[in-house]
Design a protein around this ligand. Structure first.
Ligand code: FPP
Ligand code: MG
Length: 299
């Protein structure tokens, strides 16, 4: 999408305002992701000065959150490339995150009041979600509700706010788009959590099945825990460096109990909920396509 280049140029112009060359140098070093949030905003609001600016603001907030997250998670790579904390330092990653974050908020303060409200509110949710995520790794979480609340806050809230804001910009029924965005975000995070199990480390750009080792009991493991007979064995492997035999045992159990299959079905179900909320809208085909592209990633 040509227009995504325009979003990147807009981000660059927003950072140029700082008149600090190192900030631009760091911006160049950021690995670009799928820009899901921008694609969503542009599909809903079309291409305009306002929609491009909204995309830039949301991408800057998202990038800032990842810069902080990589420090919190002590991650060396981001999207298969060295992370900023690995290339420079934790301090640099935090400071550059702060620059992106605050520049985004200055621009947000100049936008529609409702957009400013929903996006800024989502950043609070995002921050609470991150704290919940970290806190949930203290002990083996067996609550699906806690998992769902955490992924809603950490991931879905900003996608929900993006879809809602895009609809506000062009006077569409923002509530419907918010529901679409929320469910898209939930399904997206669930699928990410599933891919941690089903993808190989090369595709992921990080070791496979790292979540469980790091203490994250994601949806496939929640289902597995509910269904497995030898709960003690599963718990004994929690937060442990797993050898090949242990890895295959977990994979086998995930298959045998249908925990993995049902986790995929749950994500698909939530995807269908998203589609239902916008099915009468005139751009529904595009939004259905975004959803299916996201869900049908390699399992
Ligand atoms: C990635 O999760 C993390 C997030 C989506 C949110 C992180 C949010 C903050 C650090 C709050 C601070 C916010 C700002 C704007 C400064 P993950 O670790 O599960 O995913 P990963 O595998 O991609 O790292
Ligand atoms: Mg992380």
């Amino acid at each position: 999408m040509e227009v995504l280049v325009e979003v990147k140029n807009q981000i660059k112009r927003f950072i140029e305002v700082c008149s600090y060359p190192k900030a631009l140098e760091l911006l160049e070093k950021l690995a670009t992701g799928k820009m899901l949030r921008s694609k969503l905003i542009l599909k809903i609001a079309g291409v305009s000065e306002d929609s491009i600016k909204l995309c830039a603001v949301v991408e800057m907030i998202h990038a800032a959150s990842l810069l902080h997250d990589d420090v919190i998670d002590e991650a060396d790579t981001r999207r298969g490339k060295p992370s900023i904390n690995a290339l420079y330092s934790d301090k640099t990653s935090i400071m550059f995150g702060d620059i992106l974050y605050s520049r985004a908020f200055t621009e947000l303060s100049q936008m529609d009041k409702r957009v400013a409200y929903h996006i800024s509110n989502a950043v609070t949710e995002l921050s609470i979600g991150e704290m919940m995520d970290v806190d949930l790794t203290n002990s083996f979480n067996t609550s699906y509700d806690k998992y769902l609340t955490m992924i809603y806050k950490k991931t879905a809230s900003l996608i929900e706010a993006s879809a809602r804001s895009a609809a506000i910009l062009v006077g569409l029924d923002s509530e419907k788009y918010a529901i679409y965005g929320k469910n898209l975000g939930l399904a997206f995070q669930m699928i990410d959590d599933i891919l941690d199990i089903t993808s190989d480390s090369q595709t992921l750009g990080k070791p496979a099945m790292l979540d469980f080792v790091e203490g994250k009991v994601t949806i496939p493991y929640l289902y597995l825990y509910e269904r497995i007979e030898d709960k003690a064995k599963l718990q004994s492997l929690y937060k442990k460096e797993l050898n090949n035999e242990e890895l295959s045992w977990i994979k086998e159990q995930l298959e045998q109990t249908n925990a993995l299959k049902d986790a995929i079905n749950e994500a698909r179900q939530i995807g269908l909920e998203a589609i239902k909320s916008i099915s009468d809208e005139k751009n529904s085909e595009d939004l259905i396509q975004i959803m299916s592209a996201m869900i049908e990633r390699e399992f």
